[in-house]
Design a protein around this ligand. Structure first.
Ligand code: NAD
Length: 337
């Protein structure tokens, strides 16, 4: 595919994508652009460091983005860069709109000026708002956007900007909206590593009051394979959903973590719910399956247990990150019981 610029490549999914792409496309050049916010971690790229070019820069810096694109003759952008934590968005909503909306628009503008073969934008199921727990419908690629939180709204704004640059300026874009990812190297603020690292430290697992809220789970490598399928076989201008149908409630995740570590259910504790806490998201991903031939490969429970074991073995990776997390869950209400 030539030269790929991967933004947000020092984060969780971006770094997995780079590792995956290096394995499947060893002849391509990979330029990583990352502002190294608290969530960015160059240690995530240790095993591929010698094969990439790293540029510390922000996607909301137009001159820097144009310079990187021109200097490295970039053919394809894969945009993972974002503020990604719903809870942090309650404390710093402006930062989410600056990075996710204006940052994406700035990157699009740089791409428009330079010319590209493809701009792929990585988005989320959360742009559609939430579903009732008992709902039978799924989010399809034509479901209207109905975001309810600052993170969701900022990702929705970014998606609209990407489509606008396609329809107005002819930028060759694709978008993927994905379900909740789990896997190694996820910043310990997110629920799976947060529960696992708390359990490993003998601390309570803090569950929001609406413990029955569910998510659709996908292993991060399956997400990376889906983006690869869209880059290789997707149609310009289109949006593709990436899901699995594997739903589990937050309480079921806590139970699985405790079971894998051989710890008691009494380590669960209930904290005040997060304002705007969405109940459920489920994607219809039949387009990706039927048109591009993609299917998830990692079985949910096996992948989740393997992930828990990775954190159990890699305290050296996550312990230094705990102090960098800007939010303590429950900051908006405290522990209830
Ligand atoms: P992450 O927080 O682990 O990584 C984000 C990366 O972006 C970090 O390395 C950070 O330093 C970088 N970054 C932030 N602001 C930047 C800026 N202005 N310029 C350049 N780099 C910047 O997030 P993640 O979980 O890997 O998510 C990656 C993308 O996938 C995001 O766009 C997110 O919305 C999307 N997504 C995530 C999930 C999920 O479950 N984690 C699901 C669907 C979609």
């Amino acid at each position: 595919m030539g030269t790929l610029m991967v933004t947000g490549g020092a984060g969780f999914i971006g770094s997995h994508f780079i590792r995956h792409w290096r394995g499947t496309h060893p002849g391509d050049r990979v330029i990583v652009v990352d502002a190294l916010t608290y969530a960015g971690n160059t240690a995530n790229l240790d095993d591929v460091w010698d094969d990439i070019v790293f540029e510390k820069a922000s996607i909301d810096d137009l001159a820097a983005m144009e310079r990187v694109l021109r200097t490295h003759h970039v053919d394809v952008i894969v945009n993972f860069a974002a503020e990604s934590h719903n809870s942090y968005a309650l404390l710093e909503p402006g930062q989410f709109f600056r990075t996710n909306v204006m940052g994406t628009q700035t990157l699009l503008e740089a791409a428009r000026r330079v010319g590209l073969a493809r701009f792929h934008h990585v988005s989320t199921c959360e742009v559609y708002g939430d579903l009732a727990l008992e709902a039978t419908e799924l989010f399809t690629e034509s479901t209207p956007y109905r975001p309810r939180t600052p993170y969701n709204a900022s990702k929705a704004g970014a998606d609209h900007a990407v489509r606008a640059y396609h329809h107005t300026f002819g930028l060759p874009i694709t978008i993927s909206n994905c379900a909740n990812n789990y896997g190694s190297h996820q910043f310990p603020e997110k629920v799976v590593p947060a529960f696992t690292t708390a359990a490993l430290d003998g601390k309570p697992l803090q569950l929001y009051a609406q413990t029955e809220n569910r998510r659709e789970w996908i292993h991060v490598v399956d997400h990376c394979r889906a983006i690869e399928a869209v880059l290789e076989r997707g149609e310009v201008g289109r949006t593709y959903h990436v899901g699995t149908g594997d739903e589990a409630s937050i309480e079921q995740i806590a139970d699985l973590v405790l079971d894998e570590l051989g710890l008691p259910a009494s380590m669960k504790t209930i904290v005040a719910d997060r304002p705007g806490h969405d109940r459920r998201y489920v994607l219809d991903w039949s387009t990706l399956r039927d048109e591009l031939g993609w299917r998830p490969r990692v079985p949910f429970e096996e992948g989740m247990r393997q992930t828990v074991r990775w954190y159990a073995e890699r305290r050296d990776w996550w312990e230094p990150l705990l102090d960098r997390a800007p939010v303590n869950e429950g900051d908006w209400g405290g522990v209830r019981e």
